[in-house]
Design a protein around this ligand. Structure first.
Ligand code: MIG
Length: 812
């Protein structure tokens, strides 16, 4: 029995916890940075000294990129390092400084940064129009007295810091990486702390990844903010107060990069310059993939592949989940289940199928004496590559192998060692690596509390879990990618990851973890893929059909109708879930799935061209409409349709029993992909969508390259290449085809071919001019076939040799 005193105490405690929890969101309680007392100017920066001894450095990296780096109540430390950043050698653009009594102004050709002296408030303005883009709502702030530390996840992490910006009346927010949330993040708040969250639903936060980058868009004008801080971080876009959008973290520096567009595409290009451009995976990574937890023994996988081939379903990749290993020991095979892994991958290779193996970070803790030796554990111990607690004890989490250890991936020698261990796979014909559990997940405690006293070397600084958790997966993926590059220098590495930090695109593709086989989970695919694309991660996908629970034929078909145009298209299922390979619900559903998989393969030239665009420009393949139409407010919160590149618009069905839906088409003329019927955009259109038909539209003015039907990438020569022309109102169309060998890194040295097409209407018919091909890659002789898509009459066509020479073709 509780005494009444105790009850009151409990009540007060509860109320206090609530008040504190609320004030954690209240950045107005924090100490504000002091006013500017002096400053110095260098070639590319201003360093401001403040009345409270805080230091702010405002650096000009490019005309559209400014960095603000603040440390509170002390000078800037010498070390300036981030695992996310790929480029530090910026060529300083022309800029100037203007001093006035109340403010210091830094101006580039594009941005004007007005730094008010007292209080210290920063405005970002358009350099030409002086129009405000973004402004501080209060001075940058910090918790000098530690009053918030009681509610911090890890009070020992550091000091809570925050930046607060005025919330625009009509400001929309995008990006922030992988969130189980809608496209427009306005009026929501989020936490970043990489977490293993199986079966997550909309609103679950945080989940697996941390990408502290967002875009603000107001009246068609976009800016970006990358808050490069790996501590547990917070983003609030007008959730706790309609006055402000703020971001903060439980430690580290208030270090952010400000990008100015005004277009989103331009910002994504700069963000890719700063944090790294995705490199191309092998072309077959765009092929269809099949997985489950777990296919074994080897003969079961061969059965799966046989089904695919006899049923005429295309397939490029199968995945081996954790049961291929000997007792979950990474870098081993279970010899009962896979007696000869090399012979197995060879047999699949002869059918055009590649094998990916899962590799988790947990290394089985297997000290001597033990009758079995496990060299990975032994080598790691010998070289002191595993993580330790602050007291010097080895950190021993529990994951699939039972007691385990994790590598300190901040150590370059440990990354090299881990990368080289992948020889165990590459020597056995494994073609790619799937990193799971890398939040890192620990069965002892999924929140990370059990890891708080784990120390990482961190370039000799010996820093805490609070700083290193969110970059663990980035560094593991880096070790993997660089290992694969060394082991197979002539093959492009292919890595898939669950957790991540900004910059992950340099090393890995991703998938969205443990979804549910539900309609709600399916509907989340679109805003999640789109937001990841707006956060620098172009190569995304989700378990087709959903991971947990039981799908059915209708859900599986509708799921393929979303993912058949996502970069990563892989059907995957949990261990105790009902099987969901494409044929499991009968031929009615299987036939529809076949139609979409085959369509994906014929569209590969378009997908690959668009993927290469993502590599070179940072603009993703899978796009929300707002990316292509930032001036059209109808696109600002569209969650149920998407575009692939500039030209294809897909509006899937995301609910059961529905065979018709409203689709928003932006202004202009669109072609219904299935009928070639022309539709006028700028409005919603009501479209039939029986199960066999996903509403799909082509932008007028597009040229969509397609190839032959394939069972797998490389099965046949890409001959003929067919160019589907969708003339606009004036009868014109334009397009590009990107090609390379699809396998090696030679494209980085110019072994590629880019061909541009321009179509114009003639008095009779059309004329296509093919520009001389760029690049040194030679795909060999083939035919280019041009088709004018039109609803009425037979499609007009013409063919010509696609030999790289400039020429023009008349289509009568
Ligand atoms: O605790 O390896 O997200 O795709 O099948 C579950 C088994 C561990 C989680 C991954 C899932 C994978 C599963 N893994």
């Amino acid at each position: 029995m509780l005494t009444s005193m105790k009850r009151i105490g409990l009540l007060i405690g509860l109320v206090l916890t609530f008040v504190i929890a609320v004030s954690a969101q209240d950045v107005t309680q924090l100490d504000k940075i002091g006013s500017i007392t002096s400053f110095e100017k260098s070639d590319n920066a201003l360093t401001l000294h403040c009345s409270d001894n805080s230091t702010v450095r405002v650096s000009v990296l490019a005309a559209d990129l400014i960095r603000v780096r603040t440390v509170f109540a002390k000078p800037l430390p010498d070390r300036d390092h981030s695992w996310a950043i790929a480029k530090t050698d910026w060529t300083t653009p022309r800029w100037n400084l203007k001093e006035a009594n109340d403010a210091i102004t830094v101006t580039t050709d594009e941005i004007e940064v007005v730094i008010h002296r007292n209080p210290l408030l920063i405005d970002f303005r358009d350099a030409r129009s002086h129009a405000l883009i973004n402004e501080d709502e209060q001075p940058m702030s910090y918790d000098s007295k530690g009053s918030l530390s009681a509610m911090m996840f890890d009070p020992s992490a550091g000091m809570f810091i925050a930046s607060s910006k005025k919330l625009g009346f009509d400001e929309h927010f995008y990006g922030l990486g992988e969130k189980a949330a809608r496209l427009d993040k306005r009026r929501s708040s989020f936490v970043n702390w990489n977490s293993d969250t199986p079966g997550y639903t909309e609103g679950k936060d945080p989940i697996y990844q941390t990408i502290p980058f967002y875009l603000g868009l107001q009246r068609g004008v976009a800016y970006g903010i990358f808050f490069d801080n790996s501590y547990r971080s917070y983003f609030d876009f007008g959730h706790s107060s309609q006055r402000r959008a703020w971001f903060g973290a439980e430690g580290g520096e208030l270090n952010y990069y400000f990008f100015y567009g005004p277009s989103i595409k331009k910002i994504l290009g700069r963000y890719a310059d700063l944090t790294g451009h995705m490199q191309l995976p092998p072309l077959w990574a765009l092929g269809n993939q099949q997985s489950r937890w777990s296919y074994y023994p080897d003969t079961m996988i061969e059965d799966v592949v046989r089904e695919y081939r006899t049923r005429d379903l295309p397939l490029d990749v199968v995945h081996l989940d954790i049961d291929y290993m000997n007792g979950y020991r990474v870098f081993t095979f279970n010899k009962q289940r896979f007696s000869d892994p090399k012979a197995f991958t060879d047999r699949l290779a002869s059918q055009g199928v590649k094998v990916i193996t899962i590799v988790d970070p947990g290394v089985k803790y297997q000290p001597q004496p033990n009758p079995e030796r496990y060299s990975v554990f032994e080598q790691g111990i010998e070289q002191n590559f595993f993580q330790h607690r602050r007291n010097g004890n080895l950190f021993v989490p529990r994951v699939w192998p039972g007691e385990s250890v994790f590598v300190d991936f901040t150590l370059p020698e440990a990354r090299r060692w881990w990368g080289d261990l992948h020889r165990a796979y590459t020597d056995n014909g494994v073609s790619g690596i799937w990193n799971d559990m890398n939040e890192p997940s620990d069965f002892v405690d999924q929140t990370g509390k059990n890891q708080l006293d784990v120390i990482s070397n961190d370039e000799g600084e010996k820093t805490s879990h609070a700083k290193n958790r969110n970059v663990f997966a980035l560094l593991m993926a880096r070790a993997t990618y660089e290992g694969l590059e060394r082991l197979k220098p002539n093959s492009r590495p292919y890595v898939i990851t669950r957790a991540a930090y900004a910059g992950i695109q340099r090393y890995s593709t991703m998938w969205t973890g443990d979804t549910n086989s539900t309609w709600d989970s399916l509907a989340l695919n679109i805003p999640m893929f789109a937001s990841l694309g707006l956060s620098g991660e172009p190569f995304v996908g989700s378990d087709v059909g959903g991971f947990i629970g039981r799908a059915n034929g209708e859900l599986l078909v509708r799921s393929y109708q979303v993912s058949f145009l996502a970069p990563f298209c892989r059907n995957h299922k949990t261990n105790d879930g009902y099987d969901q390979e494409p044929w499991r619900f009968g031929s009615y559903y299987e036939d529809i799935i076949r139609k979409y998989l085959k369509l994906r393969y014929t569209l590969l030239p378009y997908l690959y061209t668009t993927l290469e665009e993502a590599r070179s420009t940072g603009v993703p393949l899978f796009r929300p409409l707002v990316l292509n139409y930032p001036d059209d407010a109808n696109t600002y919160n569209l969650d149920d349709e998407f575009m692939v590149g500039d030209d294809l618009l897909i509006a899937p069905i995301l609910k059961p029993d529905l065979t018709r839906r409203l689709v928003y088409l932006p202004k202009g003329t669109w072609y219904d992909y299935w009928t070639n019927k022309k539709l006028t955009g700028g409005t919603m259109v009501n479209i039939d969508a029986p199960l066999e038909t996903v509403p799909m539209f082509v932008r007028s003015g597009a040229v969509i390259p397609t190839g032959p039907s394939l069972n797998y990438v490389g099965e046949k020569k890409m001959d003929p290449m067919t160019f589907n022309i969708y003339p606009d109102e004036k009868g014109s169309a334009n397009g590009t085809l990107y090609e390379d060998d699809g396998l090696t890194p030679a494209y980085k040295n110019g072994a590629l071919r880019r061909t541009k097409f321009a179509v114009v209407r003639q008095a009779q018919g059309f004329s296509v001019s093919i520009a001389a091909a760029e690049g040194s890659y030679d795909p060999g002789a083939r035919t280019f076939k041009f088709l004018i898509r039109s609803q009425d009459g037979p499609t007009r066509e013409a063919s010509v040799a696609g030999d790289g020479r400039a020429k023009s073709v008349e289509i009568k």
